[in-house]
Design a protein around this ligand. Structure first.
Ligand code: APR
Length: 251
């Protein structure tokens, strides 16, 4: 790590030590060093290889359910094979040392934070490991899953309703209770760390400005420039797995 980054970490460690409440807002870059691709990194990002409208929207799923179901099955396998890295573990151990002081708010649909010990992570965009019905049961009786054909999403034997991944797709509302808990955490924290997000997607990206307006110190941790750099008081140009342990371990 270069001298600037080390100095930035040293200064921020003081704030971590004194902050009564901290929020860490994470994005896909938090999972990158665990081997899960981000969305917008040039060359490697998912959206540089796949069409988000076709694969991460209800319209796309209705148009080609088997294709979307297969893509999520592949991503789910990647999450299962991934392991939390030192940055995840630093957050989990901090929460264990300081019960009630840290809230992790994640845009990620993987469970790496939870597996590292942040069991109460607020997942704004849902859980890739969860399924739900595509529509409410038209008969109002509840759907009964039929055995799915290989590669196809399960469906209801009676009404044909499809099972879909339990994630928030483009154009869909965030889970209300999770979002209001995230808003409240942002408004009542003394320090927000924004880790591994481009800041391209709202309303999640708006939490950084909300925290700053409420008086929190906001620091971005990202090896590249992001749309939230101007909102932050401080930008640490480093990766999640390198910076978070240096920032949190021993505090
Ligand atoms: N450590 C920290 N940050 C990293 C690392 C790393 N090792 N590697 C990459 N990054 C940064 C990139 O520089 C980029 O700014 O992570 C960010 C990833 O940005 P995106 O791919 O846009 O992911 P994210 O910000 O989480 O996207 C938000 O968009 O497509 C939707 O629902 C999806 O939740 C996602 C949302």
């Amino acid at each position: 790590m270069d001298a600037d980054l080390l100095a930035g970490i040293a200064a921020l460690r003081q704030r971590v030590a004194s902050a009564r409440r901290l929020v860490v807002l994470t994005g896909a870059g938090m999972s990158a060093e665990s081997g899960i691709p981000t969305f917008r990194d040039a060359m490697t990002g998912l959206w540089s290889r796949f069409d988000p409208a076709a694969l991460a929207s209800e319209e796309g799923f209705r148009a080609a359910p088997d294709r979307v179901w297969a893509w999520y099955a592949e991503r789910r396998a990647g999450v299962r094979a991934a392991r939390p890295h030192a940055g995840h573990r630093a957050l989990g151990q901090f929460a264990h040392r300081h019960p009630g002081r840290l809230t992790v708010v994640s845009q990620n649909v993987d469970d790496l934070h939870q597996r590292a010990g942040n069991l109460d992570t607020l997942r704004l965009h849902g859980d890739i490991g969860a399924d739900r019905w595509l529509s409410a049961c038209p008969r109002g009786l509840g759907c009964s899953p039929a055995s799915a054909l290989p590669g196809a999403p399960p469906h209801c034997a009676d009404c044909g309703n499809l099972v879909r991944p339990g994630v928030v797709w483009f154009g869909e509302a965030l889970p209300e209770a999770t979002w209001s808990a995230a808003e409240s955490a942002a408004e009542h924290c003394a320090l927000m760390l924004v880790v591994g997000t481009s800041g391209a997607v709202w309303p999640a990206a708006g939490l950084a400005g909300r925290a700053r307006r409420a008086g929190a110190h906001v620091a971005v941790i990202n090896p590249h420039a992001s749309e939230l750099d101007d909102t932050a008081h401080q930008v640490l140009a480093g990766t999640a797995a390198a910076v978070l342990p240096a920032l949190l371990d021993g505090v």
